[in-house]
Design a protein around this ligand. Structure first.
Ligand code: UT7
Length: 334
């Protein structure tokens, strides 16, 4: 890990979800499922869906504007925009460039980052490197998804899980000893087939057969991903904590990736972190991949839950396979 010279922390946060709510009862009319099964097995009650013609850059724009206002930062001040997403507007150009233009962030470099549900933590760690070296002073990091456009609405194994939304944070230099204290990133591409959208890039051209087989939709081996998640989330968090010279008992707030309440409960048990320290919004929004963690971060920050000096831990896992965690000492005044 690079030695950090300038500490980088969150200056402001914001999140946005589309208005349309899809409840478990709505899903009961679409596939062979029940509200009771979904709540018991996942913790999800409802999720948000973006309109058909709304691209992910639009959700990102709404969240970004809120984060910029919260940080007191103008778009012109931004040096860099990193948009973590697996549902970009298109393969090329990046959704980050669309967002850069919409915001009027004229000085900013912009790129998308692909690390699925770990994307926001990956992107935050990239932002911290540029700030640590003094290269950039204002970096906008967003996790945004329109997963509803890639869900197979006939597959009950996956269609009940995912939702749409965006969360954003503005990072910049903070007081010494505050901000991101440590992080841990990892990947294991041998698990690539366990979760993904098989025909969404250069491997398979879209043909009638691809569409018939729904290979342009999300496919997941749920049980295997579940086992991976339960193992990797505590492991990555412990590595970050160790690098920060801390232990689980030092955590004031833990924001896990919101994929399944049972995965979160298993991590809580393994790490002995009390439930009141968890920030959980899966019930309202489902699994929003790269947006899950920043939406929860922005929601909790917006509620005034964090105090300056609080230890806030983030941990995610997802397709790739990937995982990521980071430990922050909250730098923002109440
Ligand atoms: O963010 C990316 C990472 N993704 C994840 O972390 C997801 C990880 N996986 C999971 O969260 C869980 O594996 C699921 C929620 C996807 C599935 O829960 P599960 O408890 O592992 O269920 P299962 O796959 O073992 O299936 C149990 C039964 C099956 O029926 P049979 O074969 O036992 O008759 C499924 O067909 O539940 C059935 N089932 C459903 N029943 C009603 C699967 N989905 C549904 C459903 N409604 N929506």
């Amino acid at each position: 890990m690079l030695p950090m010279k300038i500490d980088a922390g969150v200056l402001g946060t914001g999140f946005y979800v589309p208005d349309r709510v899809l409840t478990n009862h709505d899903l009961e009319k679409m596939v062979d499922t029940s509200d009771a099964w979904i709540v018991e097995r996942t913790g999800i009650h409802e999720r948000r869906l973006a309109p058909d013609k709304t691209p992910v850059s639009e959700l990102a724009f709404q969240a970004a504007q809120r984060a910029l206002a919260d940080a007191g930062t103008s778009p012109e001040e931004l040096d860099l925009i990193i948009l973590a997403t697996l549902t970009a507007d298109c393969v090329c150009p990046s959704a980050a460039c669309v967002l850069q233009d919409r915001l009027g962030a004229k000085r900013a470099a912009a790129f998308d980052l692909s690390a699925a549900c770990s994307g926001f933590v990956y992107a935050s760690s990239v932002a911290a490197q540029f700030i640590a070296t003094g290269t950039y002073r204002r970096v906008l990091v967003i996790g945004a998804e329109t997963l509803s456009k890639y869900v197979n609405w006939e597959d009950r194994n996956t269609c009940v899980l995912f939702g749409d939304g965006a969360g954003a944070a503005v990072y910049g230099p903070v007081e010494e000893g505050y901000g991101i204290r440590a992080f841990d990133l990892g990947s294991d591409g041998s698990g690539a087939d366990l979760l993904g959208i098989p025909a969404s890039g250069s491997r398979h051209m879209i043909t009638e057969e691809i569409i018939r087989k729904r290979l342009n939709r999300i496919h997941m081996s749920g049980r295997e991903v579940f086992r991976f998640a339960v193992r990797v989330m505590p492991a990555t968090l412990l590595r970050s904590l160790e690098r920060a010279g801390l232990g689980p008992a030092d955590i004031d707030w833990f924001i896990p990736h919101q994929a399944n309440i049972r995965i979160i409960q298993a991590a809580a048990k393994r790490l002995a972190i009390p439930p009141e320290k968890f920030i959980i919004n899966i019930g309202k929004y489902g699994n929003v991949s790269a947006a899950s963690i920043p939406m929860a971060l922005a929601e909790a920050a917006g509620d005034g839950r964090f105090r300056k000096g609080d230890i806030v831990a983030l941990a995610g896992f997802g397709a790739g396979l990937t995982w990521a965690s980071c430990i922050m000492k909250w730098a923002k005044e109440d």
